[in-house]
Design a protein around this ligand. Structure first.
Ligand SMILES: [Zn+2]
Length: 877
């Protein structure tokens, strides 16, 4: 699964917003359904589910599913009197066992079926269940309504982690695998997608058709998928494998431009993984309002439709939507063919899929680009302090789904990168192939991976996994060196400074040290294992550059004490991207220095890797001063990469007092080769509160841009601009009938203006009652920011309403507490594009806010406990 931002997939880089959305997910899941958490350990089993024949019809108006499922299963234990299936919120009409009526009972989350007699191991049964239900999760109905009559109809499922049970009574845990036949009866004009091969499409009468799909290779139920609705489709064939792509009707022209590299990715993964793509077809279905970024259902991935980026915006992102596309494709091997046995080992799915992204980046965009992405991902992971103390494999997440975190994803991907680097490509890929071959069609834990790697490479990786997978954190180094001219020696002192507590210990890691003198570079390999140690190296002369962990081969944070000249030398001369990026970032901390600004300016214009230019631009913004400003303006003259232009414009925002800069920002906001640069300029104008800002922002809102890209940026910028003249415009664009993403942007800003205007508060309260999830969420959050206590009764009333989708309960509680404790926005609080539809607070909260949030989390938890109690009382059907 790829936890993309529900709202802003296209506008934000996948990785930068992933964690924010994790928080949204956690909260949504914690409050949902029977308030159960994911099971941390694999279940013991009474039966083995072999095959499910699932026939579904839909009452679209009522958002109802009508199902008839036949499970074929074998009993595993002697003396089994009854069996149970996971089933939440479904009305069970009848159950037969081997075609004879059977006794059954239901609980909040189970369907218990009595067998005709106490069964023995090996006995086979056919259990048929007829049922219906109106799922609040697991299966979603996306429909047009009077306000959005053009919206294509879509029904789609999202099973992971344990939601299939909300629309299908089944064995809903990863540690069983079954084949499926899916029979979907839908309006004749609709398209359906499910796992496996399309067997037939037949007339079902009354304007309906029945589609039959058959998956002949077993996979887990969380990978089962159902999609039906009004879609455009394109088909191609790759070496005999049918490839299909689906977009919500009307957006088919965006498929090729965003997804056209899929065959090349298949080619690459077949080669690298050493095992051919394992399924009978590969479908990618893009759906609206998807609850994740992407989901790797076996042979039929579902992705958010915001990955169908407007043709004019496609080139604004260095790798398009490839991270998402390659991630889900890599899962077809790692996750689907070989599946984690329990959620505690979910890195075996997610870490490997993240590694797949990096493989594609490297193969298609080159090593430098991939290295830069890896450098970024290390910084982002290190910035998430809560991840540091947790190990990758852990089983203490009973209350929510927080196992899908930056450890399973980013750190998991990093661990595989390090292992590959340490074992070498040949051994590593041989191990990967062996792991897939011996475990194909099976459920695995990390020990299975360790064993397979050792069998294939004869290298024991237990120590490596002990540190990186079962242990927590990463090494933090404090490094300095001195040169002894008499001895011709460099003495390098390395300290491990990570706080050693819980599962975080001292690391034992191989480190590459490179010392460059006038006569050239020399590479040394050392092993760092002590808390502090000084290493000596021969050196013909005083070093020009000393690199510790050359090229950033380790997930680590190093504080290397170097002076300005050394960093400048490194920025200009280091051969590896990570070392130049390190230098660019470090120089950003030396403010007001002209020599530093000139060096960064040079890198910003001339470094061959766009990411380093980006980092140099950011640092120029931090350094400040006349030279830095001049360098950014100069770089903008020739820079042609939109994402670097965006970084340069964002850096310019730091010089907002300067008339020349504000004029330039205004000009860029109105016209530029890059939409992202224009959006950054719009944001900067709002923050700078320039004289022309109101006119420029208003003009931008009035003009059309691809997928409202600039309009949204301008609407959001009104928040930091803080000028009440914007209220009528924000009201207009927040209104029902306007595009949903402009509405959330407008609501976000509206909440921050005319704070004492009750009419605005009431307007936002009204939006809170809409069925459209993003609008509802942005309104709830906006009320918290607005700080108007008069909204509390409305929020409380909403908690009591019958039609409340249970996901929003914790969000509402959070805002009520926020209002009671006066935790609204402060003037000039920074706008955060992802926040408007997110339940979580913006990243970078101050410590007191963090404490405040902690209290809120506790409250949410208590609320869940109460809900659980209430629901178990209600559930005695
Ligand atoms: Zn994933």
């Amino acid at each position: 699964m790829n936890l993309g931002n529900v709202q802003e997939w296209a506008a934000e880089r996948v990785k930068s917003c992933a964690l924010l959305v994790v928080a949204l997910f956690v909260i949504a899941l914690a409050g949902a359904g029977g308030a159960y958490g994911d099971e941390p350990y694999a279940r013991s089993k009474d039966y083995d589910l072999l095959h499910s024949k699932v026939a579904l019809r839909f009452n679209v108006e009522k958002k109802q599913v009508i199902g008839d499922v036949v499970h074929t299963l074998t009993i595993l234990c002697d003396g089994t009197p009854k069996i149970w299936f996971d089933s939440v919120g479904l009305d069970i009409h009848s159950v037969t066992v081997n075609k004879a009526a059977a006794k059954f009972e239901t609980t909040t989350d189970k369907l218990i079926v009595a067998l005709p007699a106490t069964a023995r191991a090996g006995e086979r049964f056919e259990v048929e269940i007829k049922y219906d239900g109106k799922p609040t999760k697991g299966l979603y109905f996306i429909l047009p309504d009077k306000d959005y009559p053009e919206k294509p109809k879509q029904i789609w499922s999202q099973g992971e982690s344990e939601d299939t049970r909300n629309y299908l009574p089944t064995y809903d845990a990863p540690n069983d695998r079954l084949t499926t036949e899916t029979i979907l009866t839908v309006p004749a004009a609709w398209v359906t997608v499910s796992n496996g091969k399309l067997m037939s499409v037949t007339d079902a009468g009354r304007g309906m058709k029945t589609w039959t799909w058959k998956e002949s290779q077993p996979s887990s139920t969380y990978l089962f998928t159902v999609v039906a609705g009004e879609f455009d489709e394109i088909k191609e064939n790759w070496k005999g494998l049918p490839l299909t792509y689906y977009a919500p009707k009307g957006r088919g022209d965006r498929l090729q431009i965003n997804y056209g590299r899929t065959p090349q990715m298949l080619e690459l993964f077949n080669k690298r993984f050493g095992v051919d793509y394992p399924w009978e077809k590969y479908a990618q279905v893009m759906v609206d309002d998807f609850v994740a970024g992407g989901m790797e259902n076996s042979s039929a991935t579902t992705n958010t439709s915001s990955s169908l980026v407007h043709p004019k915006l496609v080139n604004e992102y260095p790798m398009g939507q490839d991270d998402l596309i390659s991630h889900e494709l890599a899962h077809q091997w790692f996750g689907d063919l070989v599946t984690c046995k329990d959620w505690g080992d979910v890195w075996l799915n997610e870490g490997f899929a993240t590694f797949g992204e990096a493989l594609w980046q490297e193969a298609h965009y080159g090593k430098d680009e991939a290295d830069y992405q890896r450098w970024i991902s290390a910084r982002e992971w290190l910035a998430e302090a809560t991840l540091f103390k947790k190990s990758i494999v852990r089983h203490d997440f009973a209350d929510n789904s927080d196992e899908f975190d930056g450890n399973a994803y980013a750190k998991g991907g990093w661990v595989l990168y390090m292992l590959r680097h340490q074992l070498g490509d040949a051994a590593f890929y041989a191990g990967l192939k062996h792991y897939l071959e011996v475990n194909r069609g099976k459920n695995v834990v990390t020990a299975d991976f360790a064993k397979a790697m050792e069998e294939a490479t004869h290298q024991n990786i237990d120590d490596f996994l002990g540190q990186w997978i079962y242990g927590a954190g990463a090494p933090k180094f404090d490094v300095k060196y001195s040169y002894d001219d008499a001895k011709h020696e460099v003495a390098l002192t390395v300290k491990q400074t990570q706080r050693r507590e819980g599962r975080v210990g001292l690391f034992r890691v191989p480190v590459e040290v490179e010392i460059t003198t006038a006569s050239g570079p020399k590479l040394y390999n050392i092993t760092v294992s002590k808390e502090e140690k000084t290493y000596t190296f021969p050196s013909g002369g005083a070093p020009l550059m000393v690199l510790f962990d050359k090229g950033g081969q380790l997930l680590e944070a190093t504080d290397f004490h170097k002076d300005k000249r050394e960093w400048i030398y490194q920025l200009r001369n280091a051969t590896e991207v990570a070392d130049r990026a390190d230098a660019a970032a470090s120089l950003g901390k030396i403010s007001g220095d002209e020599e530093v600004a000139a060096a960064l300016g040079n890198a910003g214009r001339n470094d061959k890797v766009s990411g380093v230019r980006q980092t140099a631009a950011q640092s120029l913004g931090e350094v400040g001063g006349a030279t830095a400003q001049k360098e950014i303006l100069e770089a903008l003259k020739t820079q042609d990469k939109p994402w670097v232009r965006q970084a340069e414009v964002a850096a310019l925002a730091n010089f907002k007092g300067d008339a020349q800069v504000t004029a330039r920002l205004d000009a860029i906001a109105r016209e530029d080769s890059s939409y992202r640069a224009r959006a950054a300029a719009l944001e900067a104008l709002g923050t700078a509160k320039t004289a022309t800002a109101f006119d420029t922002l208003s003009a931008t809102v009035a003009a059309d841009s691809p997928d409202n890209f600039l309009r949204k940026a301008a609407l959001r910028s009104f928040a930091s601009f803080g000028d009440d003249r914007a209220v009528p415009l924000l009201k207009e664009w927040s209104a029902v009938g306007k595009p949903v993403d402009t509405r959330t942007a407008a609501i976000y800003s509206l909440a921050r203006l005319k704070k004492d205007d009750k009419e605005i508060t009431n307007l936002i309260v009204g939006y809170m009652n809409e069925s459209r999830f993003p609008v509802r969420v942005s309104a709830i959050n906006a009320l918290g920011w607005r700080g108007d206590k008069s909204a509390i009764p409305a929020l409380e009333a909403m908690l009591k309403s019958d039609d409340l989708s249970i996901e929003v309960v914790p969000m509402i509680n959070r805002q009520i507490v926020r209002l009671r404790t006066g935790g609204g926005t402060k003037p000039g609080a920074r706008a955060n594009a992802s926040e408007e539809a997110s339940a979580s607070a913006p990243q970078g909260e101050k410590p007191e806010v963090a404490e405040h949030l902690e209290r809120l989390e506790k409250l949410v938890h208590e609320m869940n406990e109460r809900l659980k109690a209430i629901e178990s009382k209600l559930a005695t059907k």
